[in-house]
Design a protein around this ligand. Structure first.
Ligand SMILES: Nc1ncnc2c1ncn2[C@@H]1O[C@H](COP(=O)(O)O)[C@@H](O)[C@H]1OP(=O)(O)O
Ligand SMILES: [Mg+2]
Ligand SMILES: [Mg+2]
Ligand SMILES: [Mg+2]
Length: 308
């Protein structure tokens, strides 16, 4: 059954087991207490959890899909991967789904897997654990068509053992799973944005959009989850810090719920293997039912002048 399922379903099914294993690694490293923090750049940290989760995911997926391009945030590593970090089983429910016609004949060479092994690193180091996610996005050609978001600390205050954490997925033309999509409240504008990478242009964009409430939280995955679960109407980040691995998985799931993600000029990001990694035009994402164009029209000139 597993080998006969279409490639896109096998990719998502295997990504689900890989992110679940990575989430356990992230929790184990925090429990052991030695985060091994390295400063990659200004306001840009990496921990042992980022490195280990990436090795788990990339090794697990490349064993199963050796001809598919995988691009991970943390780059390659020559350290040996412990055998119990390599998972090659698949989520059986995903393999049973009916694949839309346009995704039936996708070939290995058309696919790029974008891996952010730990999104919200800054918040992880500060103990804001529910902001942390693990992101695996699947692009076919230029477009993000599949995504998996694992939240390793979902429910961690009330649950114990195996009940901690959850995994959301979405595939274009099929739908979503692992959560209950909700619309944000009518008659209000709640905007979510960065808490650790703000600047004057990021703030100018927010001011111009006149929100009723601003949710300053960490992680691109976490913010897109707020849109899909009805907690915010838009995610506005008028800065160039995010990369393709931050947006591929969230975009695919958001679009599968009826939402939209573009740069601040309204352009879709491209996810093929030759694209640049940086989301130079910032991130504007809106929940299902929101007028994406309204946000684009109401951004101040300074945003367009500053972002390419
Ligand atoms: N200036 C930046 N440098 C490095 N990463 C950034 C920067 N801005 C945003 N990011 C990445 O985008 C995510 C969302 O941004 P924010 O949390 O500021 O809203 C961050 O968690 C981080 O991903 P990561 O934690 O995987 O490195
Ligand atoms: Mg990072
Ligand atoms: Mg990230
Ligand atoms: Mg990361």
């Amino acid at each position: 059954m597993a080998q006969s399922a279409p490639l896109i379903l096998r990719l998502v099914a295997s990504s689900i087991t890989a992110v679940n294993r990575a989430g356990k690694i992230i929790r184990d490293i925090m429990n052991e207490g030695d985060l091994g923090i390295v400063e990659k750049g200004k306001n840009d940290l990496q921990t042992e959890a980022d490195r280990s989760a990436q090795r788990c995911i990339v090794t697990s997926l490349s064993r199963q899909f050796p001809s598919v391009t995988i691009i991970g945030e943390e780059g390659p590593s020559n350290c040996e991967v412990p055998a119990d970090w390599v998972v090659t089983d698949s989520d059986p429910q995903i393999l049973q789904l009916t694949c839309p016609k346009e995704l039936l004949d996708v070939k290995d060479h058309e696919v790029v897997i974008w891996v952010d092994p730990l999104d919200g690193t800054s918040e992880y180091t500060q103990g804001l654990l529910d902001h942390v996610t693990v992101l695996v996005g699947i692009a076919v050609g230029d477009r993000a068509v599949g995504g998996v978001i694992h939240q390793p600390y979902y429910n961690y205050k009330s649950a114990s053992g195996d009940d901690v954490g959850r995994t959301l997925w979405g595939i274009t033309g099929i739908g979503t799973g692992g959560f209950n999509p909700q619309l944000p409240p009518e008659g209000k504008r709640i905007i979510t944005t960065t808490r650790s990478h703000s600047n004057t242009v990021v703030q100018a964009a927010l001011d111009a959009l006149q929100p009723d409430e601003i949710l300053r939280v960490g992680g691109a995955g976490h913010k897109v989850m707020l849109l899909m679960e009805g907690k915010a109407h838009a995610y506005v980040f008028a800065s160039a810090g995010c990369k393709r691995w931050d947006t591929c998985a969230p975009e695919a799931i958001l679009v599968a719920t009826g939402g939209c993600l573009t740069d601040m000029h309204g352009n879709k990001y491209c996810y093929n293997k030759d694209t640049c990694h940086q989301n130079v035009g910032g991130v504007l994402a809106t929940a299902k039912g929101q007028d994406h164009g309204w946000y684009l029209r109401n951004l101040p000139d300074t945003v367009h002048q500053t972002l390419v």
